[in-house]
Ligand binder design. Sequence first.
Ligand code: FMN
Length: 395
Amino acid sequence: MRLVPAHPASTDDTGHNPVTGEPHAAGGTPLAIDLSLEDLEREARHVIGEMAYAYYAGGAEDERLLEENVTAWAHWQLHPKVLAGISAVDLGTTLLGTAVSSPVAIAPTAIQGLAHVDGEVATARGAAARGALMVLSSLATCSLEEVAAGAPGAPRWMQVYILRDRARTVDLAQRAAAHGYGALVLTVDAPVAGLRLRELRGGVHLPHDLALPNLAGDSTESAHEGGFMAVVTREFEPALTPDDIGWLAGLTSLPVVVKGVQRADDAVRCVDAGAAALVVSNHGARQLSDAPPTADILCEVVDAVAGRAEVYVDGGLRRAPDVVKALALGARAVLVGRPSLWALAAGGADGVASLLQWYESELRRTMALCGAATVSQLERSLVRRAPGWSLDHGT
Ligand SMILES: Cc1cc2nc3c(=O)[nH]c(=O)nc-3n(C[C@H](O)[C@H](O)[C@H](O)COP(=O)(O)O)c2cc1C
């Protein structure tokens, strides 16, 4: 993986450009971190092989949303302020009271054991090295206890699916609370599995040397035999309602984040039901294929929530300028999914740390160019709809 080595987040800025955070070469020349996500994906594909690649890269149906999630961020432009007097950029923020060094968090993605022998533990170590939040998938191949022990004290949240066998969800929530996870992230966009044709055609399944230790029950056997779509169909509760947010919140003292919200009215129902935060997400285009890209719906959710809960967004965030747009539109943080899998496959924990460092460095650069010194200064006037992309019509 052709990246500069990651530096611990706690390192002070001596030897770094105070605006971009880039390390200085000997002689003081600032170095940009030259990372191509396309190259990283190619390298990861080579390392993990075609079955794992089909699982990670694929989307639902004809995958049109997969591409739209990425390209729709270009429907917005940054409208910079100048003469803003900025000599340093601070990316630090809090997410439900948890201090993080940057607004870029690691999304929950399942089965990281296909990417790296240390799986989710390596991702947790990489995120911890940068002081970033990691959300652990409940379909992880490492137990939540192993992940907690692998990166002690690091900010981490636990993603949860409510299972038909609710006793197993109760157990998972209580284990997460007992092991330092700071929130339960309830994913609500999977009442059934999306039609993931790449997964079906690629014969994607859980290899016999991997297991799903957080779900327990028959999940591991289901995934060995029928693949991951079978786990969703057999194990997940399909008939969730807003009451289930309150049910989950009542199991522990942890706040509940609802992931997979795409509409203003649903956002209000979730907040009324007790959600502390929402993730605007279409599950990385893996569920309903003909849904809108998240870049086009973030605003309506932010406006409907009106500050009553934190709002985060994921889907296609591949460039720092797009992260800045998301924050300026009102997201408090973004989550990245596939890029973190490519970094994990290509470079393990160091790869994940380097990827996060790249986002940080380019975020600082973009914010300085926009005239914003802190994430709280990123506000709506810094973005405008690109010509030809009215929000009313989406075209
Ligand atoms: C391989 C893969 C597995 C995923 N597994 C989960 C999961 O277990 N739980 C969940 O809530 N979301 C899951 N997601 C969705 C991500 O959390 C996130 O919403 C999505 O990846 C964001 O889009 P991006 O990949 O374009 O960044 C998964 C996504 C991918 C690509």
